[in-house]
Design a binder for this molecule. Sequence first.
Ligand SMILES: C[S@@+](CC[C@H](N)C(=O)[O-])C[C@H]1O[C@@H](n2cnc3c(N)ncnc32)[C@H](O)[C@@H]1O
Length: 166
Amino acid sequence: MLSIVFSTLRTGISPMPTLGKVRRQLLPLIESDLSGTILELGCGWGTLAFALADRCPRARVVAFELSPLPFAFCWLRQRLAPRSNLELQRQDFFRASFSDAALVVCYLFPGAMTRLAPKLLAELPPGTRVLSHTFALRGWKPLRTLMVDDLYRTPIYLYAVPSPDA
Ligand SMILES: C[S@@+](CC[C@H](N)C(=O)[O-])C[C@H]1O[C@@H](n2cnc3c(N)ncnc32)[C@H](O)[C@@H]1O
């Protein structure tokens, strides 16, 4: 419990999972035959990471998580029900390279989105897709926005990384 509190203070967000209704609307936005690398930024308990690995069997899903308890849970889950295309990394995703990503998926918080935007612009080729729910990338124009029919009317944003001169 203390480790979750400490990690929440460190990262700025608790390991709150993506809920079922959001997941069910988010996953069909991703082509199931997508190949290449999908980055899950802050995978929490693995709710989205395992679903992404199932949705895109030809892709390699790299899921980052800093918080020890959720990471250990994911690790155990991967031992018990392995997904051959899922790789878990206990690492700060801000320190990882995004350069070979075909898709970036996240459910973070406004401060992290602000910090993330320049990294996405610097490291991803224009046109690379970024999927975020709940929080938007300020100043970016989504290709699509969906509103989930849940209590919070959760927005899901699908972006394409703009070209530098756009
Ligand atoms: C709201 S949860 C989302 C969990 C999961 N993506 C999902 O949708 O079910 C955000 C997670 O991001 C993790 N996180 C936040 N900043 C991080 C960072 N810089 N590096 C790695 N993990 C981070 C937090 O520990 C937390 O578990």
